[in-house]
Every structure is written in C-alpha cells, then in structure tokens.
Design a protein around this ligand. Structure first.
Ligand SMILES: Cc1cc2nc3c(=O)[nH]c(=O)nc-3n(C[C@H](O)[C@H](O)[C@H](O)COP(=O)(O)OP(=O)(O)OC[C@H]3O[C@@H](n4cnc5c(N)ncnc54)[C@H](O)[C@@H]3O)c2cc1C
Length: 308
C-alpha cells in the first residue's frame, strides 16, 4: 500500500532542484512513476515528498541540432512517434516501440529509465553507440557527462541528490551507417541486448577509394553485466573489413565481445549461459547490420528475440 506523500509540481528546474536540496532524503524525483511507485508500494522506498519533473520547461521536448536532444520527461511512446527521432536516428524510435509494454511506454520516460539505471535497460545500451551524454541540472548549474560515466552500476548513477537529469543528447550516426538492435528475453525485461552500428566507406559516396570497407564499428552489450558497455576490442576486429565478406570477422568479434562482458549468475541465467548468448547475439546483430548496409532486410527471426 502507498503511504501518504506530498506531490510538488514545479515548473522550472531551479524550483525543482531547490525542493530536492531542501527536502533531502525525504524527497524523490517523480516522472512516469513506473519504477518509483512500484518500489513505494512494496515499501522499499518511503519518500514523503515527490517532485514531479513533467511540468518543467524543456524536460518534455525533443530538439534538433548537431546532436538530438531528448528531454528527460519524454515518454517512450513520444520517442516512438517522433518524426524528428525517425529522421535523425530511426533505430531509436524502433527500439522505443519494444520497450516494456504499452502501459509502461505511455507514461515511462527516457530520463526515468536512465536515472533508475536498471541494468536491463534498452536505452542505456543503444545510446552508448550514439555517443550519448546526459545533461544534469542542480542549484550549482548544469553539467554534461558521457552516459558511460553516468551509469555506474546496477541502480547506481553519478547523479547527486539535488541534481535532476534534464536531457539526453545523442550524436546521430552519419548517413552511411547501418545498424541493428537485437534483444532477447523470456522475462518482462530483456535478458540480453546488443546494439551494432557499421559505417561503411563508399556508401552514399563517402568512401574516397576505400570501397566497401567498414570504417567505424560500434557494438554495445547490455543487460548481462552490472552496466551496459561498448565492446571496444570486438569493434576493432571489424575495422577495414569488407561489408560483403563480414562473416568471419563477425564471428571473431562476437567471441571477443563475449569474453569482455562481466556477467553474474541470477534469475536471468548463469554467467556461462549469458556469455554464450552474447556471442550468439552479437554475431546475429552484426549480420543484420551488415545485410542492411548492403541494402537487404534479413527476414530471419529468433525465438524470444526482438529485432529493431
Ligand atoms: C513491467 C516493466 C517492463 C519493463 N521493460 C523494460 C524494457 O523492456 N526495456 C527497458 O529499457 N526498460 C524497461 N522497463 C523500465 C521502464 O523503461 C522504466 O520503468 C521507465 O522508463 C522509467 O521511467 P519513469 O518515468 O516511469 O520513472 P520513475 O518511476 O518516475 O522514476 C524512476 C527513478 O528515476 C528517478 N527519476 C525520474 N526522473 C528523473 C529525472 N528527470 N532526474 C533524476 N531522477 C529521475 C526517480 O526518482 C526514480 O528513482 C520496464 C518497466 C516495467 C515496470
């Protein structure tokens, strides 16, 4: 049962941060409430004040620029439906469509997802391949942090108590990039998630003589370890590989990615199982991205997996 609480509805970030600073441990930021209210109902959190962030100017906006800025209070549903997101980075919209279920997507926010830092987050995984940075606001002003530094571990971030996550900034891939996102799971939240992006020289005339070679490979693996990570050593295996002949390099890269993760035994499976699944799904994600780079859309689908 929910214990009584006071709901504050500030309209500026300054007002909201002042409330958080003044109320201290008695207060929590509140967006869609899909995580927060669950924890409060279970009695695991007992804030006496909730600071609603949804009315704060700019928190609900998606804005264009050199980077795509998504306000912290933007819902998954709004990301899925945004024409701007589709135009700048269609995979972000496609992944949003597969987050949770429609009830969670309607109210759950991008900021709530990242600030909660559940290790089973699709967004944190995908956004790593888009060089994401978070914007934090506090009574001391604004600061920006790479997402990789913001998410420190399971349910742990670099955010301090009186800070709010204001927005997330993504650097869209250049046009000649093909990407895929694959997640696998039999529970409510994904057991494993892989994002892969391959930039090919020569696509759309960007090559300058390097033909069909991969010039930038990005792989992020999420949900299996304490936090999502880029698989840098695996990415290196793909550089300068021909996109028409990627199979062998993809196999080697997926083995390297599997060796680089830090899984633990839990309800989602044993560490060995997760490591094996990373190898399988990194290979699949790379194959799909490579096929897309060649202009084909693979029809192959996998049980209990979503391909975006
Ligand atoms: C059944 C279920 C299935 C799910 N499946 C998936 C899935 O498949 N993939 C996936 O990625 N996620 C999944 N999720 C997680 C879901 O994406 C999050 O629940 C949602 O995005 C959280 O946003 P919210 O606005 O509801 O956060 P809230 O519940 O309002 O807040 C969550 C936490 O973040 C803090 N917070 C919120 N906003 C801010 C802010 N602006 N600044 C600082 N702190 C803030 C709150 O204080 C709280 O600690 C699932 C959740 C549920 C309940």
């Amino acid at each position: 049962m929910l214990r009584p609480f006071t709901l504050h509805r500030p309209e500026t970030a300054e007002e909201a941060c002042a409330l958080l600073a003044g109320l201290g441990e008695d207060a929590a930021a509140y967006a869609g409430g899909t995580e927060l209210l669950l924890l409060m109902k279970l009695g695991l959190l007992r804030p006496r004040h909730l600071v609603d962030v949804k009315r704060i100017g700019g928190f609900g906006d998606i804005a264009d620029g050199p980077r795509l800025t998504i306000g912290a209070a933007v819902t998954h549903r709004a990301v899925e439906r945004s024409a701007l997101v589709r135009a700048r980075c269609s995979l972000v919209g496609a992944v949003a469509r597969h987050v949770a279920n429609v009830r969670v997507r309607n109210v759950g926010t991008v900021g709530g997802n990242l600030a909660f830092a559940d290790p089973h987050s699709d967004l944190a995984t995908l956004f790593l391949t888009l060089d994401a940075a978070v914007e934090l606001v506090s009574p001391r002003g604004r600061r920006e942090l790479p997402l990789a530094e913001f998410v420190r571990g399971p349910w742990e971030t670099a955010r301090v108590a009186d800070e709010l996550l204001a927005s997330i900034r993504l650097t869209p891939w250049p046009g000649e990039t093909a990407a895929a996102y694959v997640k696998f799971g039999v529970h409510e939240r994904p057991t494993l998630a892989v994002a892969a992006a391959l930039r090919v020289a020569g696509a759309h005339g960007a090559g300058h003589g390097r033909g069909d070679r991969i010039v930038d490979a990005r792989i992020a693996v999420g949900c299996v370890g304490p936090r999502p990570t880029r698989a840098a050593a695996a990415e290196a295996r793909l550089t300068d590989v021909s996109i028409t002949d990627v199979e062998e390099a993809a196999r080697a890269a997926s083995d390297v990615a599997a060796a680089s993760v830090d899984p633990a035994d839990d309800l989602y499976g044993s560490a060995d199982y997760k490591r094996e699944m990373v190898a399988v799904f990194v290979r699949r994600a790379l194959r799909i991205a490579a096929a897309r780079a060649r202009g084909a859309e693979p029809s192959e689908r996998f049980p209990h997996a979503v391909v975006a």
